[in-house]
Write a protein that binds this ligand. Structure first.
Ligand code: SAH
Ligand code: SF4
Ligand code: F3S
Length: 443
């Protein structure tokens, strides 16, 4: 029995894909190990979204080979290394040609069912085996992922992206949009409830653009919320362009659908938004936020921001800060623009904002957002929140549990007679920019 060590980088979709890969290879007789040094095969499920993600993987491959060499007192070549995920499609040529890396096989996000065959090919003939073909149809609706037991289960309901934002590599690494059927997702959610999961998080590169046999995203939320045993439904990442009224209505009125929307802004400046080929203007984004809060005033909102995109001036950058101030996101992930190979921006717009400027801009926004997050969190002090306990073994403190509110805020409570997946009422007493602290509340 061959032993596999699998490491995952990037977004939740990649985490989910790793569960698919575990499902596929376990069925084929492989076992998964926790230590890379105990493995015969190392699989890296990679991310290509920014230069940093990408460099990390190259560094990691060198390190693994080195470690293995030391262990085996040999050349380290009997260890097989396979690259999966978004770098696989994006950098297939570079990966195969890099002699120092010695990659044995490569599989893109739509080729995981071929992994058993690819591994055999690579082992048998010693030639590089690869399949990075992107599919218009593959949704893995017939593969049941091998999940780690917990309270939350990821479920990819659609894959791929058709938007081609000019800065983004995802449409090239993951191909075109395609959705599973409503019935197929409901079936998986029922099975998850049976296994004891309390929460499902629907995943997709544009999850709310979901359009499967049997309905749109609002219909999918409604259908899956009827599954007994599932208490919370979350989703990520939605795209601001697809928030029809019926979806907001379902979100506001269905108690199982969590009151949190991740709404990536990217930039608050109209010229930048156009250059990025996003589908909205500053005003349209702000109007959408108003509309969301009209349906549900307490809706938690988080966002993604890019600073230093091609030709962004100080003034244009300040529009992003203004929108962030106006909206007051609960949290925001802020990134420096990183030029990606093969994207429209790489071909058309120079990456010309100096690194120091990008750094100054990110620092400014991170600081600003910290204050906003603190203010948003402090507003909860005194509230009694419905919290689902998620962790009962925290690394830093043994006498505390961690849970989350409906709005996805982390809450620290004293350890109690509860288990993961239990719902408790918590009175919030303290807030930091990143979390809330409270005591159990008994009526
Ligand atoms: N599908 C989601 C985003 C997926 S990528 C959406 O459309 O909103 C996650 C985030 O990474 C993006 O929201 C963006 O902020 C960031 N990102 C993507 N490409 C990037 C690049 N080239 N440089 C820096 N950040 C990038
Ligand atoms: Fe990338 Fe834009 Fe697609 Fe999001 S919507 S994955 S940012 S191309
Ligand atoms: Fe990275 Fe691919 Fe996800 S590029 S962010 S792993 S979709």
């Amino acid at each position: 029995m061959k032993k596999i060590f699998l490491e995952t980088y990037g977004c939740q979709m990649n985490e989910y894909d790793s569960e698919l890969v575990r499902g596929i290879l376990t069925k084929d007789g492989y076992v998964f190990v926790q230590e890379e040094t105990a493995a015969d095969i190392v699989l890296l499920n990679t991310c290509a979204i920014r230069e940093h993600a990408h460099r990390k993987v190259f560094g990691r491959i060198h390190k693994i080979r080195h470690k293995y060499k030391q262990r085996s007192n040999g050349d380290g070549d009997s260890l097989m290394i396979g690259v999966l995920g978004c770098m696989a499609t994006n950098l297939r040529k570079d990966l195969l040609e890099d002699k120092a890396l010695k990659i044995d096989f490569i599989a893109g996000p739509d080729s995981y069912k071929r992994l058993p065959g690819l591994i055999r090919e690579a082992a048998g003939i010693g030639a590089k085996a690869f399949d990075t073909t992107l599919s218009e149809f593959e949704t893995y609706s017939d593969v049941y992922p091998s999940r780690v037991q917990g309270v939350n289960a990821w479920v990819a309901v659609m894959r791929g992206c058709n938007n081609f934002c000019t800065f983004c590599v995802v449409p090239y690494t993951r191909g075109r949009e395609r959705s599973r059927s409503v019935a197929n997702v409901v079936e998986e959610v029922k099975r998850l409830a049976g296994e004891g999961f309390k929460q499902v998080t629907f995943l997709g590169q544009n999850v709310n653009s979901y359009s499967g046999e049997g309905g749109d995203f609002a219909a999918l939320l409604e259908a899956t919320s009827k599954v007994n045993g599932i208490e919370r439904i979350r989703f990520t990442s939605p795209n601001p362009k697809d928030f029809p009224d019926d979806l907001l209505e379902v979100m506001a009125n269905n108690p199982k659908v969590c009151k949190h929307i991740h709404l990536p802004l990217q930039s608050g400046n109209d010229r930048m938004l156009k250059l990025m080929d996003r589908f909205y203007t500053q005003k349209e984004f702000l109007d959408l936020v108003d509309k969301i809060r009209g349906y549900y005033p307490q809706m938690a909102l988080t966002s993604d921001i890019i600073v230093g995109f091609s030709s962004e001036t100080d003034e244009e950058f300040s529009d992003t800060a203004k929108v962030m101030q106006a909206v007051e996101f609960d949290a925001a992930f802020i990134f420096k623009y990183s030029e990606r190979k093969g994207t429209i921006a790489e071909r058309k717009f120079p990456d010309d904002v100096p690194e120091e400027k990008k750094t100054a801009r990110i620092v400014q926004l991170v600081d600003m957002q910290k204050d906003i997050s603190l203010k948003r969190n402090e507003a909860h002090i005194g509230d009694v929140c419905n919290v689902m306990i998620e962790e009962t073994e925290l690394t830093r403190s043994t006498d505390k549990f961690q849970g989350r509110t409906d709005g996805n805020k982390r809450v620290i409570v004293p350890a109690g007679a509860y288990g993961r997946g239990d719902f408790v009422k918590v009175k919030i007493q303290e807030a930091t920019p990143h979390l809330l602290k409270g005591e159990y509340f008994y009526e």
